[in-house]
Design a protein around this ligand. Structure first.
Ligand code: DAH
Length: 359
């Protein structure tokens, strides 16, 4: 027993030196003093000795234990000091390296344009609303004075949804088929149905048509203005359009109303905006024709005084109230901003960051 204790002390002190960090020091403690540790197992044999021997060996074992534990403490202090000394070396940072800059995104150009358009009309008292993109034929066409199979509908290149037709409702036309709304005008009668007058509404939404080329994408956005009150004049419509043109495109721009035909307005107009390249003259300084507009004006969208049949479809008495409406493509309007020079509308939705990051 005596020899074994001596041997233990010797090997323990050697092992202790080998512990190079706090973790291995903890392992060491377990190896010697844990439940099945070398020391623990050794002193388990004490009761087997004679009373005399047991006393002597017991004392010796205790002394050795104290000695080793003292040594552990000393080693622990040493290792801790060493670790503190190393921190500077291990956690060294080169402050002169350039930082890692997190990438910051921004709103898509279409969203930016929508925000800007909405804020301009909000200043004029228009309230923004959102109406369904998946819509009954009734709101998209029928209530807008475009009866079923009217040839005017062809222009809207509509996507139809293969679902049963809606049931007719009392006092209103039939709901008809379900379509992906081809224009924001479908919000007009929905707004009238809210039953609150006067109306100053702005409906901005996704719209869908079966078209894809440099100036069309199957999904695009439109914004629609609806203004209904007593004694509304074309002059008010012109005033609103001019205010928008100046705010969105710049002080120098003018609008022009050109007679046109829409089923849901009477009279109807197409709205043109003066071209910023030639200043609305159609000619460049050297006398040559402007390549962008050819005649001084760019076409923006449609407008007109609401047709009495549309007011009736919305439950409004056309003898008492009248109003105007206008509707445009958001992307198109944005592309006509000064200096944009985007020659293919499809680029907007290709998700190529090299393109999108420019705006
Ligand atoms: N909804 C029409 C289109 O998509 C545009 C339009 C024309 C809207 C005349 C109107 C309007 O509100 O009065 O082509």
């Amino acid at each position: 027993m005596k020899d074994k204790l001596k041997q233990l002390k010797k090997s323990a002190l050697v092992d202790l030196e080998k512990a190079k960090n706090i973790e291995s020091l903890q392992d060491f403690e377990v190896r010697y003093f844990g439940r099945k540790g070398i020391y623990t197992l050794l002193v388990k044999d004490l009761p087997k000795l004679s009373v005399e021997d047991r006393k002597e060996m017991g004392r010796a074992a205790n002394e050795i234990k104290t000695e080793i534990q003292e040594a552990i403490k000393t080693r622990q202090t040493e290792l801790q000091a060493e670790r503190l000394g190393n921190i500077a070396k291990e956690e060294w940072i080169d402050k002169t390296l350039p930082g890692l800059c997190p990438e910051v995104g921004h709103l898509h150009i279409t969203s930016q344009a929508i925000e800007e358009i909405a804020s301009i009309f909000t200043r004029l008292g228009f309230v923004r609303r959102k109406y369904p993109e998946i819509e009954w034929d009734w709101y998209a066409f029928e209530s807008l004075n475009m009866p079923a199979s009217h040839p005017a509908r062809d222009e809207w290149e509509t996507f139809f949804i293969d679902l049963p037709e809606g049931k007719p409702r009392q006092g209103r036309g039939e709901k008809g088929k379900i379509v992906l709304t081809p224009h924001t005008s479908s919000g007009q009668v929905r707004e009238m149905e809210r039953g609150k007058l006067p109306i100053r509404m702005m409906n901005i939404s996704k719209t869908y048509r079966r078209q894809s080329d440099v100036s069309h994408t199957p999904m695009f956005h439109q914004f629609e203005g609806l203004f209904i009150d007593e004694d509304v004049s074309i002059a008010s419509l012109k005033g609103v359009l001019d205010y928008f043109a100046r705010s969105f495109f710049g002080e120098g721009r003018r609008t022009r109303l050109r007679p046109f035909h829409f089923r849901f307005t009477e009279p109807s107009f197409e709205i043109d905006i003066s071209c910023d390249v030639c200043g609305g003259t159609g000619k460049l300084e050297d006398g040559s024709k402007c390549r962008l507009c050819k005649e001084g004006w760019l076409e923006l969208g449609g407008a007109g005084m609401i047709h009495p049949n549309v007011l009736k479809a919305g439950g409004i008495d056309p003898k008492k109230y009248n109003g105007f409406a206008f509707g445009w493509g958001v992307e198109r309007t944005f592309m006509m901003k000064e200096g944009m020079k985007i020659d293919d509308i499809r680029l907007l939705y290709k998700n190529d960051l090299r393109f999108l990051e420019q705006f």
